[in-house]
Design a protein. Structure first.
Length: 124
């Protein structure tokens, strides 16, 4: 069922993807993957507080959930929580020392972007 939600998500059919991901969370509230998937969707739809709730739960259930850290960092950046966002990005990168995970590689790109922005402002 998660693959079907992922298919809808990747197609941009977020309504159907949300229905699937919410169903997965309801069926298995202890599934880190289900909370991470729903959190990712809610991050994309800018539902920050609800996204944080699901991303936090995903990380509580599995503290190696790389994508959840990266998505939570994105939400935290939107909420002007820079230190917390950087900590999440660092954790995601630490969990992927071989640089193979797409979410961790996204975290690396986000860190570079933050660095470049701070450098441009003369902070670095």
């Amino acid at each position: 069922m998660g693959r079907i939600g992922g298919m809808y998500y990747n197609r941009g059919d977020l309504g159907k993807a949300r229905t699937v991901f919410e169903g997965l969370v309801a069926m298995d509230p202890a599934s880190s993957d289900a909370h991470a998937a729903l959190g990712a969707l809610l991050t994309r739809t800018l539902e920050n507080e609800l996204a944080l709730a699901h991303l936090n739960r995903a990380i509580e259930l599995d503290d190696k959930q790389i994508a959840a850290y990266v998505n939570r960092a994105e939400v935290r950046l939107r909420q002007k929580q820079g230190e917390e966002a950087v900590a999440d990005l660092k954790r995601a990168i630490e969990l992927d020392p071989r640089q193979k995970n797409p979410a961790a590689n996204r975290a690396r790109a986000m860190v570079m972007g933050i660095h470049d922005a701070l450098e441009a402002k003369g902070v670095m």
